[in-house]
Design a binder for this molecule. Structure first.
Ligand code: PEP
Ligand code: MN
Length: 295
């Protein structure tokens, strides 16, 4: 039922004519628009894995983790140089120095970089270093930032606001597309819902993945790290996300040995051995699909 004044999925053709399936029959009922970041293809033949630290904390830490995630089979490197923190007294990220460290990690490993931009005044600077710009959950409805990011000429990873409806999330993506940039990958990262905070950080809304695919042709990935906030839940959440049709994962990782405890989101960081098992799971699934096709 449509209630006057209340936005519902029926409004999607009006809210996002550029990105919804309704105005774009060329994508049919289930085709995905592939978003390319270097040679990596979101929405392509196989799920993409982004992995790395929550925050860039030092060159040694970032290079070590970058090398380990590369060896484990990750496709892109994540890491925040500008961090959205609950308290202004918490570590805020290394800023430009962090971006420089990320570009050295890219040089060393060949992995493209995904990093967050939080401020319209920093979009140009972050876009100089990043291969993909991340808009975080807290900024999903920062429309000035979305427009600026839409003009930056780089693919965008748009996280879902932690209390955002599907309409609001797709509406936010539309702001980026409206600036001429259709290279948007959506990312479900957990929502505030009962019982978030009791035994996990947020509630991972897996149901939204098929719903996203029903309404838009953009690729959608899952962040099991922020969604759960608990390292031991990251692997099962990753598997479940793939079963729900996720086009990829973004995962926070720490090195197996020898690095200090992360300053940011330590409880949800998995080690690279666990990451390797998740990548192996993806390969095993692909193998099964290929064998089924062959029959
Ligand atoms: C992050 O990925 O570094 C992050 C802060 O995530 P979110 O915006 O989903 O909280
Ligand atoms: Mn984090």
């Amino acid at each position: 039922m449509k209630i006057a004044g209340i936005t519902s999925l029926e409004d999607l053709p009006r809210i996002c004519p550029l990105l919804s399936r309704y105005g774009n029959p060329q994508y049919g009922e289930d085709e995905t628009r592939v978003v390319e970041v270097g040679s990596v293809r979101f929405g392509g033949d196989r799920p993409v894995v982004i992995a790395g630290p929550c925050a860039v904390e030092s060159q040694e830490q970032t290079l070590r983790i970058a090398q380990e995630v590369k060896a484990a089979g990750a496709d892109l490197l994540r890491g925040g140089a500008y961090k959205p923190r609950t308290s202004p007294h918490d570590f805020q990220g290394m800023g430009k120095e962090g971006l420089e460290i990320l570009s050295r990690a890219r040089e060393a490993t060949g992995l493209p970089i995904v990093t967050e931009v939080m401020d319209t005044r920093r979009v140009e600077e972050v876009a100089e270093y990043a291969d993909m710009l991340q808009v975080g959950s807290r900024n999903m409805q920062n429309y000035a930032l979305l427009k600026e990011v839409g003009r930056a000429g780089k693919p965008v990873l748009l996280k879902r606001g932690m209390a955002a409806s599907l309409c609001e999330w797709l509406g936010a993506a539309e702001y980026i597309a409206e600036e001429g940039n259709y290279d948007v990958v959506l990312c479900e990262r957990g929502i505030k819902a009962y019982p978030s905070g009791e035994y996990s950080r947020y509630v991972l809304d897996l149901n939204v993945i098929p719903a996203v695919k029903l309404h838009t042709f953009l690729p959608v990935i899952v962040d099991p790290s922020h969604a759960t906030g608990v390292a031991m839940m990251v692997e099962p959440a990753s598997r479940a996300a793939l079963e729900f049709g996720s086009h990829g994962l973004i995962i926070e990782v720490t090195a197996r040995r020898g690095l200090p405890k992360p300053q940011c989101d330590a409880a949800q960081a998995i080690d690279t051995e666990t990451l390797r098992r998740i990548v192996d799971f993806i390969h095993a699934r692909e193998q099964i699909f290929a064998e089924r096709e062959a029959v």
